[in-house]
Design a protein around this ligand. Structure first.
Ligand code: UT7
Length: 323
């Protein structure tokens, strides 16, 4: 017998406003064709004025609770992965906690940029396996539209806003790779690469700043590191790429998604792809893809899933779980 952190609910929320690529053609030297062919993105959602990350996170959390048939009183802990919290402090997670009417347990944010949801899942798994929590609400939520430099065509066309959430519950498993739940995790970071993707402001520099990215350099690292972390996580679980039903990748660029799947020897029919509709929503992209993948009828109970992500830090990692 072994403890496992099993997904018992999933949900997502996207802000109402949908922005097609063509909207950027009026203000920037860019085209729908360039954005589509270089990134796979066709549209993205942007939060309304005054709509914050914790608003998006709260809506995704409610959807996940509904899907699980649970209420906030059933949750012990909230982990919210975000790089765009409403305020410097308190955490956006505590804001969600308050809006859910939850007065027990604890809540905190995790900041690992685009790898944030993978880091949050790994932390939630550790809390459950160590007996510190029974049910953890794990959210990825971002408003990257707030840190876009709208004059920089190489970044502002790529990102979007949104939120996704899962509820993990501690259950007994047989201790084999056939168990439902998180089977392994693999986290990595290498701070030597901080200049490849960062925001040029922050509390200590007394500004909000804008996202800066050497896209082609990040791209160079992405496919190799993502395939390697996914394969390492699978190995830790005693599994291989042949066992995978779904890759649910971070949705940054269709070419990175295709390259990683190719390197893992898996066809695109085994990959959940949402980048065309959401753009890169950073820490929100994986839970959004899990929720959309389930709603589309792609992800079914018992399926073996590997999620993988890379972003600023560089920070990257993978989680293997059986749905
Ligand atoms: O989620 C966090 C991790 N982030 C990522 O994974 C992003 C990784 N990188 C990428 O997705 C790609 O590198 C990009 C989509 C950002 C760019 O694609 P690329 O094939 O690497 O293009 P590039 O940066 O090498 O730029 C090619 C050309 C440049 O022009 P020159 O120098 O060749 O004349 C750019 O100035 O494309 C130009 N360009 C654009 N042209 C039209 C850059 N942005 C645009 C644009 N519209 N929006």
């Amino acid at each position: 017998m072994a403890g496992r952190a099993v997904v018992v609910g999933v949900g997502h929320y996207l802000p109402e406003r949908v922005v097609p690529n063509s909207e950027f053609e009026t203000t920037l030297d860019t085209s729908d064709e360039w954005i589509r062919t270089r990134s796979g993105i066709e549209r993205r959602h942007f939060a309304a004025e005054g709509e914050t990350t914790s608003d998006l996170a709260f809506n995704a959390a409610e959807a996940a609770l509904k899907d699980a048939g649970l209420t906030a009183a059933d949750i012990d802990a909230i982990i919210l992965a975000t790089s765009t919290a409403d305020l410097t402090f308190p955490s956006a997670a505590t804001m969600v906690q308050a809006r859910l009417g939850m007065t027990n347990g604890f809540a905190f944010d995790v900041q690992a940029v685009c790898a944030g949801f993978v880091y949050a899942l790994s932390n939630a798994n550790a809390l459950i396996l160590s007996g510190q929590a029974k049910r953890v609400l794990v959210i990825g939520a971002e408003t990257f539209s707030r840190i876009m430099d709208w004059t920089d065509r190489s970044t502002c066309v790529l990102f979007g806003d949104g939120a996704g959430a899962v509820i993990l519950e501690g259950q007994e498993g047989a201790g084999t790779a056939q168990d439902r739940g998180i089977l392994s995790t693999d986290l990595n970071s290498d701070g030597r690469y901080k200049d490849l993707l960062y925001v040029d402001g922050g509390v200590s520099t007394q500004s909000t700043g804008y996202l800066r990215m050497q896209g082609n350099q990040v791209f160079r690292h992405a496919v190799d590191k993502l395939a390697a972390t996914a394969e390492t996580a699978l190995e830790k679980a005693g599994l291989s790429c042949d066992d995978v039903d779904w890759i649910v990748p971070h949705q940054a660029n269709i070419r990175i998604i295709q390259g990683t799947a190719r390197k893992m020897g898996l066809p695109m029919k085994n990959v959940v792809v949402t980048v065309q509709d959401h753009g890169n929503t950073s820490a929100a992209s994986i839970p959004l893809a899990l929720s959309v993948g389930k709603a589309r009828g792609q992800i079914k109970q018992g399926d073996l899933i590997v999620t993988e992500a890379i972003g600023g830090g560089l920070a990257w990692g993978a989680v293997v779980l059986r749905w």
